[in-house]
Write a new protein. Structure first.
Length: 193
């Protein structure tokens, strides 16, 4: 185990007040019938929006390392009568409980900086690459690297180029970098397995 391991705590703090799930999903290219993974789903606000987009012919998987987050998403899913959303506790650095090549689009919002800080990128990216179909989309949302703004400490925020470098290293072809709000950017990559 490296000395850096678990140096950054992956907080389960929502950003639904400053990040539009709909804008993230539109930018990522989510459409009706897609199979979607919300990797590090937190309170599930992106998962719920994705559920409406993919419709009854699609499927949404929400996965988070925090059991409390998963319990809350399950409860809200049941209360809203949502049928196309599955929720699971999952450590993305270990094993994502999904089949190989099963995901059309995966969004990871406000999580990658922690994996970078904890030297866990390789383990996560191997699993992300395994579950996303060839030519499927991996969209990474991160806080803009702005001093004194919301989000993690400035020194661990990731600029779009940082994210593109990670994607390229793990066989994803970066195809766009976009602003998706006042505090966030999204880098979209295509799985080139």
């Amino acid at each position: 185990m490296s000395a850096k391991k678990h140096g950054h705590v992956h907080h389960s703090k929502t950003t639904r007040d400053i990040l539009s799930a709909e804008r993230v999903l539109t930018t990522a290219g989510l459409k009706s019938g897609d199979i979607f993974l919300d990797a590090g789903s937190g309170d599930g606000f992106i998962s719920f929006a994705a559920s409406a987009v993919v419709g009854e012919n699609g499927k949404v998987y929400a996965m988070d390392v925090y059991p409390e987050s998963v319990v809350n998403i399950k409860k809200e899913t049941e209360e809203k009568g949502i049928k196309n959303l599955d929720v699971a506790v999952a450590d993305l650095t270990d094993k994502i409980p999904l089949d190989d090549d099963s995901i059309d689009i995966c969004v990871m919002a406000n999580v990658m900086h922690g994996f970078v800080e904890n030297d866990e990128v390789e383990a996560v990216m191997k699993e992300i690459g395994r579950v996303i179909k060839q030519d499927g989309v991996f969209a990474v949302v991160e806080f803009k690297k702005i001093e004194g703004s919301r989000g993690p400490p400035f020194d661990i925020k990731l600029a779009p180029q940082d994210v593109e470098d990670i994607l390229t290293q793990y066989n994803f072809e970066p195809v766009s970098a976009s602003e998706v709000g006042p505090y966030h950017h999204l880098v979209k990559g295509i799985n080139k397995k």
